[in-house]
Design a protein around this ligand. Sequence first.
Ligand code: MTE
Length: 326
Amino acid sequence: MLIRSHHDGFQHPRSSEITPRQAYVRRRAWLQSLAGGAVAAALPVWAAGADRPGKLPALASVASQVPGASTMERVTAYADATQYNNYYEFGLDKGDPAKQAHALKTRPWTVKVEGLVQNPQTLDLDALLKLAPMEERIYRLRCVEGWSMVIPWVGYSLAELLRRVQPLGSARYVEFVTLADKTQMPGLRSGVLDWPYTEGLRLDEAMHPLSLLAFGMYGELLPPQNGAPLRLVVPWKYGFKSAKSIVAIRLTDKEPGTAWNKAARNEYGFYSNVNPDVPHPRWSQATERRIGEDGLFAKKRKTLLFNGYEAQVGQLYAGMDLKKFY
Ligand code: MTE
């Protein structure tokens, strides 16, 4: 994002197919009719090998009950979602993470949850996978570079985890620290960001039910290039807030620094809410190109305030000047 030569021009992904929402709604109905009744509710949406696009282990989920948790828009093709990535620890080009991250060791894996909490914990991946029921949520993800995707994530609200550790009254922010392992991540040799990549949210943003701790996508475990074994997904903020491969979560009383904010304070604010009225110094945020809709005659889409999640999250920012707190 920071580097002019790589990102000023939009790089066209391969043209590819999009799975129409209706197609997998039909598939879901079909699978449910096979399984019958109550059993069906516990079935993964991408169940029974009917759709295992990455051939990774399946991750069962139920449809989320959180209001606004799933868009009916077309889901982005798996190939685009997994080959057009930003994961700077594995290189700066969009295709680098898919090429370089495949060997990322995701077990054993632990996440420390610490700081201003009553009950600090270090949880391993198995404990995290069992902590709350897995839900599927089909979110729009918009990158500050001007492209967007629609991805069916599997995970649960970050609030489920935060409640376990009982935030103290003094906790106001949450910092996310991600893996920085030189032996596995060739991108760490570049000084483009201050490693480890960190991100932050205000505690009330982190506790919002739409803030998702994701372990999977498209019914399977996350592939490494998308942030395995667990990442954050905050659908109303620019993509860079959604930190990948998290190793620590810290509750603090001060606004934490974030990797992008440290790299270019005037370009990447702490909030980074999707907002068509607040242009990035180098890119307008008024419209976006949906990956997979990049044909010759494809129209750009209008970017929506809070990425279309205003009804759910607008009240978090009541009275705030969003041009100042960008
Ligand atoms: N997390 C880490 N650890 N490192 C990164 O470089 N890139 C961010 C975010 N999380 C990034 C990261 C950016 S800029 C975006 S747009 C999203 O991940 C991209 O997520 P995706 O590749 O799954 O679409």
